[in-house]
Design a protein around this ligand. Structure first.
Ligand code: UDP
Length: 330
């Protein structure tokens, strides 16, 4: 299989590239390097610098690959903006990049006869879920622009794939964290709002204090509960998903999470076993649902996917990657 990974120099995209190459697949990467880094691209992947919003850039990568003798079988999409508070402040920017980007990508795929797409969606499409575990067929009511851009993209993908006889594999991610075992790649971006990187930035001294946002939620210890999945487990699901839609000429949509929930306080306790850091209780952050846990049975049944890594693996790998990066910079 040959994959064109759009956004393959970013955090999740670069891990997908590593897993594709480990599985013996051929990979080309298209990335505009706005947040991704050239050195995150695996040495065995061909790199095209370009933007998902620019049809000529996408076409150049697709045609460049075809000219090498084997056309692209599947496109994987990771080129989205994904910071929830930023999406609330800059909705137009998010709709432009995330929704128009998908439209341009689909149009270019149709014109070049590429019939398979793996797409990164998010648990944010569920909004405030009705039950403890999110199922793929639950109501979809995003509560922020980021989630809404992903829902709009999911819908567009379904319509376009139906009209043009294409297959899609849509994954709804829960809380992704951690770094590749090689420690060559990990989360490079510093301006994030996510729990695990913020804890570890505090551990390595890049932040003075870690804040727990709210202890009065309706959860056993009052802090929010989330479903954490290791980025390499998540990346591996993309390999299985792409192989599945190609072999079976069909489309699928699955949640990707571990199925276990950990509260913010539990994550803090687990992290403190690795290294101490200062913690303060703060007010609730706007827009945080109390509990978000994936039911990932569908991914298990259809793809045989099982996350192998634990919360401890997630925390440890993020910390090791961060320490290694600090040592490199020093
Ligand atoms: N959180 C926190 N302190 C932080 C960052 C996050 O207490 O510095 C909490 C946040 O309020 C939420 C959980 O950790 O309850 C997970 O947040 P994150 O931003 O990682 O992911 P989300 O589930 O919001 O996508």
């Amino acid at each position: 299989m040959k994959a064109l990974v759009i956004g393959g120099a970013g955090y999740i995209g670069s891990h997908a590239v590593y897993e594709l190459i480990r599985a013996g697949h051929e990979v080309a990467v298209l990335d505009n390097l706005s947040t991704g880094k050239r050195e995150m691209v695996h040495r065995d992947a061909r790199f095209y610098e370009g933007d998902i919003l620019n049809k000529t850039d996408i076409a150049r990568a697709i045609e460049g690959e075809a000219a090498l003798g084997r056309p692209v079988d599947v496109v994987m999409h990771f080129a989205a903006k994904l910071i929830v508070p930023e999406s609330v402040e800059q909705p137009l920017e998010y709709y432009h990049n995330n929704v128009e980007g998908v439209r341009v990508m689909l149009e270019t795929m149709v014109e070049h006869g590429i019939g398979n797409l793996v797409f990164s969606s998010t648990a944010a499409v569920y909004g405030e879920p009705e039950h403890d575990e999110c199922l793929e067929d639950d109501d979809l009511m995003p509560i922020n622009p980021y989630g809404d851009t992903k829902l709009a993209s999911e819908k567009m993908i379904k319509w376009v794939c139906a009209a043009h006889d294409m297959n899609y594999c849509i994954f709804r991610y829960f809380n992704v964290a951690g770094a590749d075992d090689s420690l060559e790649i990990g989360l490079e971006k510093d301006q994030v709002t996510w729990l695990v990187p913020l804890i570890m930035q505090t551990v390595v001294g890049e932040r003075d204090m870690f804040y727990i946002f709210g202890t009065d939620y309706e959860t056993p210890d009052g802090t929010c509960v989330r479903d954490y999945v290791h980025v390499s487990d998540l990346a591996r699901a993309h390999v299985l998903g792409a192989e599945y839609i190609l072999e079976n000429d069909t489309s699928i949509l699955c949640n990707l999470g571990s199925g276990s929930g950990y509260s913010v306080a539990e994550v803090v306790t687990a992290a403190k076993k690795l290294a101490d850091f200062p913690v303060t209780i703060a007010e609730r952050r706007a827009g945080d649902p109390a509990k978000l846990i994936a039911n990932s049975d569908r991914a298990k049944e259809i793809l045989g996917w099982m996350p192998k890594r634990t919360l401890d693996d997630i925390l440890r790998s993020d910390l090791e990657f961060r320490r290694r990066r600090q040592a490199r910079k020093a």
